[in-house]
Ligand binder design. Structure first.
Ligand SMILES: *Cc1c(COP(=O)(O)O)cnc(C)c1O
Length: 230
């Protein structure tokens, strides 16, 4: 087998494996019939390695950079109009227009200035993208996201001032710690604000995330293998 063929085979096989783990975990924690969306995080991964997962039925993909996503996905959108592209990385207000025309769902709404810019762009094009609000769940200085102490008032501004269609909350727990208490905290915040969806769980911790109510998993390296360092 050529190297490329081998990689094709491996992303397909790893995707199957992730699906099996998801099903097993759902069964074990009493969420057998819950809908959980697996977002294949394809940042830094080339189109030739993404195609086999599309051929295997994968439809939700996550990218963290607007420019990279535009370059990779504009052609693929015509081939697979039913694909759903999730923006999972930080969004600058001067990239809002490009992001809104390229992506279908935003996971990184994290400040009022961005809420205002999104609201303006949605108004301009007469169409809204569903958004997750990112929470800086571990209150880490190097991470973006709304601080837990401000989340309730932030959500209320997004809804009441900007009329944004909020899907739920998103978080990335601190590296090297048990993620479960952070997932539980995110779930509580969503619940008390009447939000139904939780974007949480990556390659290393999606089983814990499922146990604590994740509805959207963002899994990259467990499907596509290790990424080159950015
Ligand atoms: C890269 C990334 C992921 C996927 O990470 P893996 O550990 O490769 O599964 C998920 N969420 C965000 C926000 C990311 O930037």
């Amino acid at each position: 087998m050529s190297f490329e063929k081998l990689q094709d085979y491996s992303s397909h096989a790893q995707l199957q494996n992730v699906h099996e783990v998801i099903q097993k975990t759902k069964n074990q924690c009493g969420r057998k019939h819950d809908n959980i969306t697996l977002i294949a995080v394809s940042k830094t991964i080339e189109v030739s390695l993404i195609r086999p997962t599309i051929a295997a039925g994968q439809r939700h993909f996550g990218e963290n950079r607007v420019q990279e996503a535009e370059k990779k996905w504009i052609g693929l959108r015509e081939e697979w109009p039913d694909k759903v592209l999730h923006l999972i990385g930080p969004l600058q207000t001067n990239k809002v227009r490009d992001a809104v025309s390229c992506f279908d769902i935003i996971h990184s709404l994290d400040r009022l200035k961005l809420a205002a810019a999104l609201a303006r762009e949605f108004e301009r094009i007469g169409r809204q993208l569903p958004c997750f609000v990112q929470v800086n769940i571990g209150e880490e200085s190097q991470k973006s996201g709304v601080l837990p102490s401000s989340i309730d008032s932030f959500l209320s501004s997004c809804i009441n001032i900007y009329q944004l269609p909020l899907l739920g909350l998103m978080c990335i727990p601190p590296a090297g710690e048990n993620p479960s208490p952070y997932f539980a905290l995110l779930s509580q915040m969503a619940k008390r604000n009447g939000l139904k969806n939780l974007s949480m769980g990556m390659s290393a911790d999606y089983e814990e995330a499922i146990e604590l109510g994740a509805t959207h998993l963002r899994v990259g390296s467990a499907i596509f293998g290790a990424r080159n360092k950015l």
